[in-house]
Design a protein around this ligand. Structure first.
Ligand SMILES: *Cc1c(COP(=O)(O)O)cnc(C)c1O
Length: 398
């Protein structure tokens, strides 16, 4: 007999991150079990029949559900305050499934133009082939949202803060406009993590994560998750996932469960260090701009304070000397590593214009605020003073 851990709704997120969703086997193990199995057995043919006609819900095949994956889903739902969740093999599988399960030919999507490169590709290249067209707006500009949402709309997709420009969208205002247009709002909440911003409480219908980022946060595996109402998850999303198969491995679900146990500690420390580094860099003569949502002087500082409990673990710096200066800076870093991943315990820096956002045209990048001098910095768990020293020293080389 397995027993599911009881949790109190009143417990803080840090507590739920350690305990929520755990199911213990008859052995009463402390740590979550890795159920490394693709299938399940039935005592009788009747039992198999009942499992397939859903009169006896149970695990039938790991493409549809698995006990370790389910623990990860339950834990995430508990901290997000969502009715239900489905995990996926990567963040992009989550973004794609969340939208593709919702739309049909002829439908229209409205999206913020400051998006992760692959999210933009899904909306601008893949979905149009299937007759679903997206109108992109400047996510910071409510007037543009209002104009685009004056027409019936099936879905709204946005990222806040955005990658790598750290542009914010007023979640509450856009959700209100979207609902008047009949749209389901899908928020990619990767940069804020489940701890710093709760889109569902601000009116969003669906939240997606790349669990590869802060949820693992230690560079070990890919994963993704989609959270929403029971109706959306079970009726809209589940049939799509069940039959198309972007399922998460039980091994990776276990790694992500272990990642969640330290998420609060890691993100808290990373936010503190990020703000310190942003403050140390503000006004530096080699930098045209320092972007960090809760740094005083950030254009959307008030909105950041309103909808986020901290500024996050990411900052971006625009070097005044363009691409040559950005490359000199990256090559002079001794502690911070050059890598396009983010949310890791190791601090990582990347040049979006030539890596993550290389595929976009110069004009598209300019629209998102990605100039040739922009460097994205993902702040890890090293001591903040060592990180600030490394970044300031590398700026000297420019
Ligand atoms: C990384 C990332 C994704 C994609 O996640 P993968 O796990 O790499 O597939 C989607 N959105 C944002 C904002 C990301 O940073």
């Amino acid at each position: 007999m397995t027993v599911t851990r009881d949790i109190k709704a009143s417990w803080n997120a840090a507590t739920k991150l350690v305990h929520a969703g755990q199911t213990r086997s008859q052995f009463k193990e402390t740590s979550e079990t890795i159920y490394m199995t693709s299938g399940y057995v039935y005592e009788t043919a009747e039992e198999a029949e009942a499992a397939f006609d859903n009169s006896q819900p149970r695990f039938v095949y790991s493409r549809f559900g698995n006990p370790t994956v389910s623990m990860f889903e339950q834990r995430m739902a508990a901290i997000e305050g969502a009715e239900a969740a489905r995990a996926t093999s990567s963040g992009m599988a989550a973004v794609f499934a969340s939208l593709a399960s919702l739309v049909k030919a002829g439908d229209r999507i409205v999206a913020s133009d400051a998006l992760f490169g692959s999210c933009q590709f899904i909306l601008a290249e893949i979905l149009p082939k299937w007759g679903v067209v997206t109108e992109f707006v400047d996510g910071r500009d409510l007037a543009q949202w209002q104009a685009a949402l004056a027409k019936p709309t099936k879905a709204v997709f946005l990222e806040s803060p955005s990658n790598p420009g750290l542009r914010l969208v007023d979640l509450k205002a856009v959700c209100d406009l979207a609902h008047k247009a009949g749209a389901t709002v899908v928020v990619d909440n990767v940069f804020a993590t489940p701890l710093l911003q709760q889109p569902l409480q601000l009116g969003a219908d669906v939240v997606v994560y790349s669990a590869t980022k802060h949820i693992d946060g230690q560079g070990r595996c890919l994963g993704g998750i989609i959270l929403g109402t029971e109706k959306y998850i079970n009726e809209t999303l589940q049939p799509f996932i069940r039959h198309t198969g972007p399922s998460l491995s039980p091994m990776n679900a276990w790694i992500l469960l272990k990642g969640l146990e330290t998420l609060d500690l890691r993100v808290g420390k990373q936010c503190e260090s990020s703000l310190k580094i942003a403050q140390a860099l503000k006004g530096h003569n080699k930098l045209a701009q320092v972007n960090y949502p809760t740094l005083e002087g950030f254009p959307q500082y008030e909105l950041a304070k309103k909808q986020m409990s901290a500024g996050g673990t990411m900052l971006s710096l625009s070097l005044a000397g363009g691409k040559a200066a950005a490359f000199k800076f990256l090559n002079a870093l001794e502690l911070v590593l050059i890598s396009n991943n983010l949310g890791d315990s190791k601090s990582l820096a990347t040049h979006p214009a030539t890596t993550t956002h290389q595929r976009l045209t110069v004009e598209q990048r300019a629209k998102q605020g990605i100039d040739e001098g922009l460097v994205r910095l993902s702040v890890g768990l090293e001591h903040a003073d060592d990180l600030a020293d490394d970044v300031l020293n590398a700026l000297k080389a420019v």
